[in-house]
Ligand binder design. Sequence first.
Ligand SMILES: N[C@@H](CCC(=O)N[C@@H](CS)C(=O)NCC(=O)O)C(=O)O
Length: 239
Amino acid sequence: MSVTLYSAWYCPFAQRAWMALMHKQIGFEYIEVDPYQDSSWWKGVSRGLNLVPVLVVKPEDKAESATIVDSTRVLEYLEDLKPNSAQLFPSNPEEKAEIRFWMDHINQRIVPYIYRFLEAQEPGDYRNESRESLIVGIQQLMDNQYISGPFFGGKNINVLDLLLIPFAFRIDALLGYYREFSLPTGGKEWSRYEQWYNSMKNHEVFKKSQTHGEDYRQRLIEHYLPYSQGQGQQDVTKV
Ligand SMILES: N[C@@H](CCC(=O)N[C@@H](CS)C(=O)NCC(=O)O)C(=O)O
């Protein structure tokens, strides 16, 4: 089987797919692309969506490749491909349904508010509402999850850990830098969050998905300058 990941080093969505491949110990070729390029080649690779990540899989016994787009779909696919290796989902249907609820919560109630808060150059209602919604989104997640810790999956990571950590890092690095923001501390939810973040930040798959060595944080800050000026990608702010 050959597996190819089309990715962009700075992209938190692509980072999810990259980490999942490493976690499941699936060999793959990493191809760095500029997803904003307007070329017919890239349109073809990304099924007309022009977004990273794209995962292309060609099984040995099949003539056709499968192309999976969207980070959440990639993680689901990898679990289906290797259900018994480094499981990302629980096998119990009710627990799995619960996890899916929180996957949607991260994608719909947390991620867009990070981008909204970052793009809100001027103080005012939009910025305040984005900041408050982000805080509430994370608080709800940490309040409702029974985390025996340190990860959402307990001793081992699961899909929620992989969905959230690229964005948790950007809250810390980008919102810290551009908005002088830090999440609340103290209280049950925030102590859990802090414990989770510190563990996940040091997890090997997260560390291995960072480029530019020691400069990673600084390079990300530089990359997101246009976003902090309201000129970033717009669809990621939609709620
Ligand atoms: N919902 C998608 C979002 C992917 C996405 O927005 N990727 C950005 C880079 S971080 C991208 O490729 N942008 C290129 C564009 O908007 O043309 C996912 O989860 O994979």
